[in-house]
Design a protein around this ligand. Structure first.
Ligand SMILES: Nc1nc2c(ncn2[C@@H]2O[C@H](COP(=O)(O)OP(=O)(O)OP(=O)(O)O)[C@@H](O)[C@H]2O)c(=O)[nH]1
Ligand SMILES: [Mg+2]
Length: 458
C-alpha cells in the first residue's frame, strides 16, 4: 500500500493541534483549581454585602497611601552587644541628667547674681538717700547754727524791752527832771510798784525800804533812790540769805542719770524749754535723753519728738493715754542703762481725767524715785511771765506739792510783766535757772541777777 506523503503530513498536523488543544484545556483546568485553593482577599462581611450600594462611603479622592513597609527587623543582638547598648544608654541618661543639673545650677547662679545685683543697687540707693539726708541735715544744722548765732545777738535787754517799756519806764519817769524825793514821789512809786506785777508783798517791801531811807534823809536825791531800789531788787533776785541760793543755771550733779522733772501749767513752755535745755546741755558735752511724760495729748509727744529730732537727742515716748509715770520710769531706767548724763522728763500741764494734776505729778515724782534712787534731782518749774502775779500763785502751789528746786520764767519777750520775777524770787526763794526770751533754741538765757537788773534799769 502506497501512502500519500501529503495526506500523511496533514494527519500529523491534526494530531499536533489536537494535542496542543488538550494541553491548553488541561492547563486551564489546572489554573482554575489552583485559584480555588489559594486564599483570596477577605470577603466583605455579609452585612455590608447586604447593604444597598448607595450607602457605601464614597471612595477616597486621593489614592490611599501605600501600606507601611514593616521595618526590617534588626538581627538579634549578641549578649556583648546588648551589654554595650545598655551601657551606652546608661551613659546617655547620665549625661542628660548631668546637663539638666548643670542647666539648673546655672539658672540658680544667674538668679543669685541677679538678686545680688538688685541688692547692691538697693544698697546704693539707700546709701545715696542716707548721703542726701545727711547732707540735708548738715545744711539744716548749719542754717540753724547760723540763725542761732544771729539770734544769739538778741540780748537779755532786747528780750526785756516790753518790761522796760512798761514797769521800768514808769519807774524811771519818777526820777527825771531832778525832782526831789518827797511824799508825792513815794506815792507815785507806790502806784508803780503795786501795778507792776511784782506782787503786793514784794512791792510793799520795796516801798517800805525806800520810805525808811527817805525818812532817814538818806535818799532825797532821786538818782540815789533809784540806785537804792536797784540794789534792793538785785539783792532779792540773788536770793540773798538763802544758802546755795545764788541763782544759777542748771548744774548737772554727780548722779547718773541726773534726772530733771519739768512741771508747770499747760502752755507755760515746758516742752519748748526742754528742747532748748537739751540743746544747751548737749552742746555742753552732756548726753541727754528725753522722756515724753505728757501722754494726755498725742500732740505733746509729737512736739517733744520734733525737738528731740532738732537737737539730736533720743526720746522715750509712750502711746497716747499711757500712764505718764511709767513713761518717765522707762526713760530713767533707759538713761541708767545707757549711762546717759541727763534725763529730762516732760509732764502734762492739764489732765483730761478726774485725777487732780498735782496728785498725778506727785505720783510721777514718786515713780521716778523708784527708777533711780534720789531722782528726780531737780524739779524744774516753768512759769509763763505773761501770767503776771498768777505765776507767783502757781509757783506757790507747785512748790507745796512737789518741792520745786528751780524755776524757768518764759515769754519775757512778750510781756511788760517781767517784774514778776522779783516777786517770784522774793516770795519763793527758789533760784531762777533760766529765762525764755523767744521761741528759738538760743532764746533760753541763764538767769544772772546782775545782768538782769542791768538790762532792766538800762
Ligand atoms: N515768745 C516766746 N514763746 C515761748 C517761749 N517759751 C515757749 N513759748 C511758746 O509757748 C507755746 C507753748 O509752749 P509749750 O512748750 O508747748 O508749752 P507746754 O508747757 O509744754 O504746754 P502743754 O504741753 O500744753 O502743757 C509755744 O508756742 C512756744 O513756742 C518764750 O520764751 N518766748
Ligand atoms: Mg508740752
Amino acid at each position: 500500500m502506497r501512502t500519500d506523503p501529503l495526506a500523511l503530513a496533514a494527519t500529523d498536523t491534526a494530531v499536533v493541534i489536537a494535542v496542543v488543544f488538550v494541553l491548553l484545556v488541561l492547563a486551564a483546568v489546572a489554573a482554575l483549581l489552583l485559584r480555588r485553593r489559594r486564599p483570596g482577599p477577605a470577603a466583605p462581611p455579609k452585612e455590608l454585602e447586604r447593604r444597598p450600594r448607595r450607602e457605601e462611603p464614597p471612595p477616597p479622592r486621593a489614592a490611599a497611601p501605600p501600606p507601611p513597609v514593616p521595618a526590617a527587623r534588626p538581627p538579634p543582638l549578641s549578649a556583648e552587644e546588648a551589654r554595650l547598648a545598655r551601657e551606652a544608654e546608661e551613659a546617655r541618661r547620665k549625661d542628660e541628667y548631668r546637663r539638666k543639673k548643670e542647666a539648673e545650677r546655672e539658672e540658680k547662679e544667674r538668679r543669685r547674681q541677679e538678686r545680688e545685683q538688685e541688692e547692691e543697687r538697693a544698697r546704693e540707693r539707700a546709701e545715696q538717700a542716707t548721703r542726701e539726708s545727711e547732707e540735708a541735715r548738715r545744711r539744716e544744722e548749719e542754717e540753724r547754727r547760723r540763725r542761732a548765732e544771729a539770734e544769739a545777738g538778741r540780748t537779755l535787754a532786747a528780750g526785756l524791752e516790753k518790761t522796760r517799756g512798761g514797769f521800768m519806764a514808769r519807774l524811771n519817769a519818777l526820777f527825771v527832771g531832778g525832782r526831789m524825793v518827797d511824799e508825792a514821789v513815794l506815792a507815785d512809786l507806790e502806784e508803780v510798784l503795786f501795778t507792776a506785777d511784782i506782787g503786793v508783798k514784794t512791792a510793799t517791801k520795796l516801798l517800805e525800804a525806800a520810805r525808811e531811807r527817805v525818812k532817814k534823809k538818806e535818799l532825797s536825791d532821786p538818782d540815789r533812790l533809784k540806785g537804792a531800789l536797784r540794789e534792793e531788787i538785785a539783792r532779792i533776785l540773788a536770793l540773798d540769805g538763802v544758802p546755795d541760793g545764788a541763782a544759777q543755771p542748771l548744774a548737772v550733779g554727780t548722779a547718773r542719770p541726773w534726772v530733771v522733772m519739768v512741771v508747770g501749767v499747760n502752755g507755760s513752755g515746758k516742752t519748748t524749754t526742754i528742747g532748748k535745755l537739751a540743746a544747751k546741755l548737749a552742746s555742753g558735752g552732756h548726753s541727754v535723753l528725753l522722756g515724753a511724760g505728757d501722754t494726755f495729748r498725742a500732740a505733746a509727744g509729737e512736739q517733744l519728738e520734733v525737738w528731740a529730732e532738732r537737737v539730736r537727742v533720743p526720746v522715750v515716748r509712750g502711746k497716747e493715754g499711757t500712764d505718764p509715770a511709767s513713761v518717765c520710769f522707762e526713760a530713767v531706767q533707759r538713761g541708767a542703762a545707757e549711762k546717759v548724763d541727763v534725763v529730762l522728763c516732760d509732764t502734762a500741764g492739764r489732765l483730761h481725767t478726774k485725777m487732780p494734776l498735782m496728785e498725778e505729778l506727785k505720783k510721777v515724782k514718786r515713780v521716778i524715785g523708784k527708777a533711780a534712787a534720789g531722782a528726780p534731782h531737780e524739779v524744774l518749774l516753768v512759769l509763763d511771765a505773761t501770767n503776771g502775779q498768777n505765776a507767783i500763785a502757781q509757783a506757790r502751789q507747785f512748790n507745796e506739792s512737789l518741792g520745786v528746786t528751780g524755776i524757768v520764767l518764759t515769754k519775757l519777750d512778750g510781756t511788760a510783766k517781767g517784774g514778776v520775777i522779783i516777786g517770784i524770787c522774793d516770795e519763793l526763794r527758789i533760784p531762777v535757772r533760766y529765762v525764755g526770751i523767744g521761741e528759738t533754741v538760743a532764746d533760753l538765757k541763764p538767769f544772772a541777777p546782775g545782768e538782769f537788773v542791768e538790762a532792766l534799769f538800762a
